[in-house]
Design a protein around this ligand. Structure first.
Ligand code: PNS
Length: 159
């Protein structure tokens, strides 16, 4: 039984995240999508809302579950019997920091990190850019799942 974790902020989940998670779900027995709940970092959606959106868009994948975590991802891995962290790599610009985190996590806790190359269709995509385009009236169709775009539009509506 190989259980892996896809950790992230997912504020909100994009089609790039979905691509990595669904590909990981084909390779491993179970994937836990772990949503970082960091009260000191400002986010557009609460951790519970991010979890809810992920559950909605992942509901067709029976071996994927969604959980919230805070603290260190390696502690989450230990507590949940996780074999490895799976991360998507978009471009060389991701590489330095991702490698540093992977080496730190291995050095400190022996937790492995596996990298998957992002689908080139989504290589430019990030939650921040989706939020920025949505905030200023850009069309983000195809960049995030429909229910997420709906909630983004609601959240960003002027009061
Ligand atoms: O979606 P993000 O914000 O790029 O995800 C980053 C995340 C949550 C994967 C990373 O910051 C993380 O693992 N945070 C948990 C705290 C931790 O373990 N920090 C040490 C990393 S070496």
């Amino acid at each position: 039984m190989i259980r892996v974790v896809c950790p992230g902020s997912f504020d909100p989940v994009t089609n790039g995240h979905l691509d990595i998670i669904s590909r990981a779900a084909k390779l491993y027995d179970e994937v836990i999508v772990a949503v970082l709940h960091n009260p000191s970092k400002s986010a557009l959606f609460t951790a519970d809302e991010r979890v809810e959106m992920l559950r909605e868009v992942m509901k067709e994948l029976p071996n994927v579950r969604v959980a919230k975590f805070n603290g260190l991802i390696v502690d989450f891995c230990r507590a949940n019997d996780v074999s490895a962290i799976v991360k998507g790599l978009r471009a060389v610009s991701d590489f330095d920091y991702e490698m540093q985190m992977a080496q730190m996590n291995y050095n400190q806790a022996g937790v492995e990190t596996l990298f998957m190359t992002t689908n080139p269709l989504y290589a430019f995509l990030s939650s921040s850019l989706v939020k920025e385009f949505a905030r200023f009236g850009g069309d983000v169709t195809g960049l995030a799942p429909e229910p997420v775009i709906r909630r983004l539009t609601e959240r960003l509506e002027p009061e």
